[in-house]
Write a protein that binds this ligand. Structure first.
Ligand code: GCB
Length: 576
């Protein structure tokens, strides 16, 4: 699915801003379909989670109805019109002028529908979106059965989710209406294979309907004519001495694709791509034949008031801070992030581990039903993000339960599917911190693992747990003989809390622990990268182990540095 854009053939309008909102509660009026008038409406902002916009919505995990009345220009008549929502929490349904237009399950990925038949051109159109954020034990990610006494959630939390971030609800990414010709370019897949001064670039183009036409590809001072005869076309060329994309060297090319029929341009689309090759060799990551050690962080989409809503300013700020640290990479823990974040990573030369929303999977989740859903989500994610040079590998899960024998077949199928969908990137999965036997690892190219020595294990003992930390990683490597990325290690620190000697929750403890564990891990021959958990403090469900936020951020939630941020800036600058 291509990101909407305005160009010579396509028009677009953004529906971000104020929408009407109705929160459906058991003691209020409940709807199956949008009524002519909702019982009561208030204003809500899009894109943003609803939870922090009004106090009474803070712990509302149900059906949120959004409504907007918007003109569709008369100049769009005769064209096909689509609605595209970047992400809606849980299950989403969309109606246009009372007609049902689309349904989608799964958070953090787009929903798109052809709404041509429902639109009134030159008039106001009523768009209604249902965002159903009911916590679902079979969802991806799964929530445990709601148990408000907190017996079943992550660390006995309220709400009882199986993962450690707040289950924010709502329309959390931008909403667009866009118009293009009846025949349109629906998908483009870019594959680049650089080899000793020459690179092969291949574009696979998919159309929504069959046509016999010219396909012009303009890129890098070339104008290539290919033909489409049917619904797809391929264009392959070789380029000498290409400017390769790499970490810190974000060389991007533009490509413009136009479908020309009888001398008239029917549709066109522009995208940027990078020429680069990712390989795993000798336990390490190589980009264009150069070895790279991942230095960076695990992140979240999370900020005050907007919750998981996208913000351009926050994106710029976060990248600026990561650059200041001399970080070269991050993981989209624990779900796919807004595409604009990946665009920015392409432009800034950051390496990204793109993660699925398969977090908190436990015994009950390894069923055929969940697997089928997971396969759809995986396909949607890879199809959405495949053209970003910054995305260097796919992570197919974060910490599935360590002792689930059922997980083996589940991950075998997912791993095979991922390789089929994208043969150009390595695949990984993040093993559980307590995992001794992690059999699914055999299906992956490189292993990620989270370790919390000095915190959940050996609390209060940084030096006293270093040997165990080291031994445990060594035996992990000895068992699987694959390169290891330490995707999480860290400690909660409450900004402004200082102790001497370093004690848990102080800034000193966090900084000392991260530095000692990083230095030790980075010295291992099998170490392929280390990501500190986490970039910034973030909102979680409430529990006795979380002081409003998970405080493992090296920055506060406001993005102010803790001691560990200053320490890492120096450590990573000194080429460690
Ligand atoms: C983990 C999880 C992460 C949590 C972190 C923690 O292993 O992957 O989502 O936030 O531990 O702080 O407990």
């Amino acid at each position: 699915m291509l990101y909407p854009q305005i160009n010579e053939c396509r028009e677009m309008m953004c529906l971000d801003g104020f929408w009407n909102f109705y929160a459906e509660r058991k003691d209020g009026v409940m709807y199956d379909n949008p009524p002519d008038r909702f019982d009561s409406l208030r204003t809500i902002a899009v894109p943003a989670s609803w939870n922090d916009q009004y106090e009474d919505l803070y712990d509302f995990f149900g059906k949120g109805w959004y409504e907007k009345n918007e003109y569709v220009p008369i100049s769009w008549s005769g064209k096909n019109v689509y609605i595209r929502l970047g992400s809606v929490s849980g299950t989403a349904k969309v109606w246009v002028n009372g007609s049902f237009a689309a349904e989608h399950t799964g958070t953090a990925l787009p929903i798109e529908a052809d709404i041509t038949n429902y639109v009134k051109f030159g008039e106001k159109n009523r768009i209604v979106v249902l965002a159903d954020n009911t916590l679902d034990p079979w969802g991806l990610p799964p929530a445990t059965l709601m148990d408000n006494e907190g017996r079943m959630g992550f660390s006995k939390s309220y709400p009882a989710v199986t993962y450690d971030f707040f289950p924010y609800g709502g329309i959390q990414r931008s909403v667009y209406l866009y118009a293009c010709a009846e025949t349109r370019i629906e998908d483009i897949t870019v594959v680049t294979s650089p080899e000793k001064g020459i690179a092969e670039v291949s574009f696979d183009i998919e159309l929504n309907r069959s046509i016999k036409a010219e396909l012009w590809v303009e890129t890098d001072d070339r104008k290539i004519l290919c033909t489409v005869d049917g619904k797809s076309a391929k264009c392959v060329f070789q380029t000498e001495n290409p400017r390769l994309w790499n970490v810190g060297e974000p060389n991007l090319y533009n490509a413009r694709f136009s479908i020309v029929k009888d001398g008239k341009t029917v549709d066109c689309y522009e995208l940027t791509y990078g020429i680069r090759k990712v390989e795993i060799q000798e336990n390490a990551i190589f980009i264009n034949g150069k070895k790279v050690f991942l230095k960076g962080v695990g992140k979240h989409e999370d900020f005050y008031i907007i919750g998981k809503g996208f913000s351009h300013a926050l994106t710029v700020k976060d990248f600026a801070l990561m650059k200041k640290l001399h970080a070269n990479s991050f993981r989209t823990s624990h779900y796919p992030y807004d595409e604009k974040i990946l665009d920015y990573a392409d432009r800034e030369g950051f390496l990204v581990i793109g993660e699925t929303p398969f977090v908190g999977l436990n015994h009950r989740n390894f069923t055929n039903d969940v697997l089928n859903k997971a396969l759809t989500v995986l396909e949607e994610m890879i199809s959405r993000d495949k053209n970003h040079p910054s995305v260097i590998m796919w992570s197919l899960a974060n910490e599935p339960c360590p002792d689930c024998t059922e997980a083996d077949g589940f991950f075998k199928t997912l791993a095979q599917a991922a390789r089929k969908l994208d043969g150009t990137r390595p695949i990984t999965y993040v093993a559980h911190m307590e995992a001794e036997d992690n059999e699914p690892i055999k299906y992956f190219d490189i292993i990620c693992v989270n370790k919390y020595y000095g915190w959940y294990l050996y609390p209060g003992q940084i030096d006293g747990s270093l040997k165990e930390f080291s031994d445990c990683l060594d035996s992990f490597y000895d068992k699987y003989k694959k390169g290891v990325i330490l995707t999480e290690f860290g400690a909660d620190a409450i900004a402004g809390m200082h102790t001497s000697p370093a004690q848990m929750f102080s800034e000193e403890y966090q900084a000392e622990m991260i530095e000692k564990q990083y230095r030790l891990f980075a010295s291992k021959t099998y170490a392929a990268g280390a990501h500190v958990w986490a970039f910034a403090d973030f909102k979680t469900a409430q529990s006795i182990s979380r002081i409003i936020f998970n405080r493992k951020g090296i920055f506060t939630r406001e993005r102010e540095p803790k001691m560990s941020a200053h320490m890492l800036e120096k450590l990573w600058n000194d080429n460690n």
